[in-house]
Write a protein that binds this ligand. Structure first.
Ligand SMILES: [Zn+2]
Length: 328
C-alpha cells in the first residue's frame, strides 16, 4: 500500500510538475526576448513602408538594381557630398537625399522600370561602395565610409515635409552666396524654396570657375540652338545682360540678335552656374562664373559652412527650406 502511494506521487509529479517547469522556462525566455526587443535602437525597427525598396537605374548599363532605401542612400551621400565635409552637413545631405527619393517615388519618377537613376544630371548621383572606396586615398577610406554610414544611420527615418507632405528637396553644389527660386530655373513655384543667402561659400573650390570660348565657338554653339543667330562683335552691346534673378543670377542675356535666359546660357556655353560675367578679350569671350549648380534648395558648401559655425543638420535644413518640418 505504501509502494502504491509512492507510485501515485511519482505520477502526479510527472504529470503536473515537469510541464510546469517547462512552461515557466518558456515564460522566462519570453520575458527576456521582450526585453531585448525593447532595448533595440529605434532605427533597427523603422519601417519605410512603400518606400523601403528602391529600384535604381544604372544609366551606364541600363540595369535596374533593387536596394533598401538607406543602403541606396550610402551611395548617394558619398557620391553627392565630399566626405571631408562636417558630419552635420553630411547628415543634412542624407535627410535631403532621402526626402528627394521619397518625393520622386511618390510624385514623378522619370523612369519606366525604376524609381530613380544614378545620374546627377537627371535624378541624383549614386556610386557603389567598391568604386567609392577605390576613389578615396587609402588612409581616409575607413573613416570616410564610417562617416557616410553614420550620417545616414543617425538620421534613419527622417525626411522633410511641408504641410505634412514630403518636399521636392532640390540641392546643389555651391550657391555662390545666394540660392535661387525655381521659378527662374524650371518655372514653377514652391513656398518652401525661396532665395536665402549664405556666408562663407567663397572658401570652396566650387565657388569660382571660368570658361573661355573663341568668337567662332560662341557662334557655333548659338547656331546649334538658334539657326537664325547672327552677331556683330564690333557692336559694343553685342552681348548684354538685360536683367537678373532674385538670387543674383543672369535672368535674360542678349547675344547678338537673340535673347536667351541665363539658364540657357549656362547650358549652351557650358558654364557651372547662371551667375556669371563676361568680357571680350581679343578673339575670345571669357566668362567668369560664381557658384556651381542650379542654385535651388540646399547648398552643399553652404551647409558645410553653416555646420562649421555650429549649426546642426536640422537647423541647416530649416535654413534652406522655409517653414518645413522634419518627419521622424
Ligand atoms: Zn533619373
Amino acid at each position: 500500500m505504501k509502494k502504491l502511494l509512492i507510485y501515485f506521487l511519482c505520477i502526479i509529479l510527472l504529470v503536473f510538475c515537469i510541464p510546469m517547469m517547462f512552461t515557466n522556462q518558456f515564460k522566462t525566455e519570453e520575458v527576456v526576448s521582450n526585453q531585448i526587443q525593447e532595448e533595440e535602437p529605434i532605427k533597427e525597427k523603422f519601417d519605410y513602408g512603400a518606400y523601403s525598396t528602391i529600384h535604381l537605374l544604372h544609366t551606364g548599363t541600363g540595369e535596374v538594381e533593387t536596394l533598401d532605401l538607406d543602403t541606396y542612400l550610402y551611395g548617394v551621400v558619398s557620391a553627392e557630398m565630399p566626405a571631408s565635409y562636417e558630419l552635420e552637413a553630411l547628415k543634412a545631405q542624407a535627410v535631403v537625399a532621402r526626402t528627394y527619393t521619397i518625393y520622386k517615388i511618390k510624385n514623378d519618377s522619370k523612369h519606366e522600370n525604376a524609381d530613380i537613376c544614378d545620374s546627377s544630371l537627371c535624378c541624383q548621383a549614386w556610386i557603389s561602395k567598391e568604386n567609392r572606396l577605390a576613389r578615396w586615398e587609402e588612409a581616409y577610406r575607413e573613416a570616410y565610409w564610417n562617416k557616410i554610414e553614420q550620417a545616414v544611420d543617425t538620421t534613419k527615418g527622417k525626411y522633410i515635409t511641408y504641410q505634412g507632405e514630403p518636399i521636392n528637396a532640390f540641392f546643389h553644389s555651391n550657391s555662390g552666396g545666394a540660392t535661387e527660386s525655381p521659378v527662374y530655373v524650371w518655372g514653377g513655384d514652391y513656398p518652401y524654396l525661396q532665395t536665402v543667402t549664405t556666408a562663407g561659400e567663397d572658401a570652396y573650390t566650387t565657388y569660382r570657375s571660368e570658361v573661355t570660348l573663341s568668337k567662332d565657338e560662341l557662334i557655333q554653339k548659338m547656331l546649334e540652338k538658334y539657326s537664325n543667330f547672327t552677331i556683330d562683335f564690333q557692336s559694343q552691346d553685342c552681348i548684354k545682360i538685360l536683367d537678373y534673378t532674385e538670387g543674383g543670377r543672369v535672368k535674360t542675356l542678349q547675344v547678338g540678335n537673340t535673347q536667351i535666359s541665363g539658364v540657357e546660357a549656362r547650358s549652351i556655353f557650358g558654364l557651372k552656374s547662371a551667375k556669371f560675367q563676361w568680357e571680350i578679350i581679343g578673339d575670345s569671350i571669357h566668362f567668369s562664373v560664381i557658384g556651381y549648380g542650379h542654385g535651388v534648395g540646399l547648398s552643399q558648401s553652404g551647409s558645410d559652412a553653416l555646420a562649421k559655425t555650429g549649426k546642426t543638420y536640422d537647423e541647416i535644413i530649416k535654413y534652406y527650406y522655409k517653414d518645413v518640418e522634419i518627419h521622424e
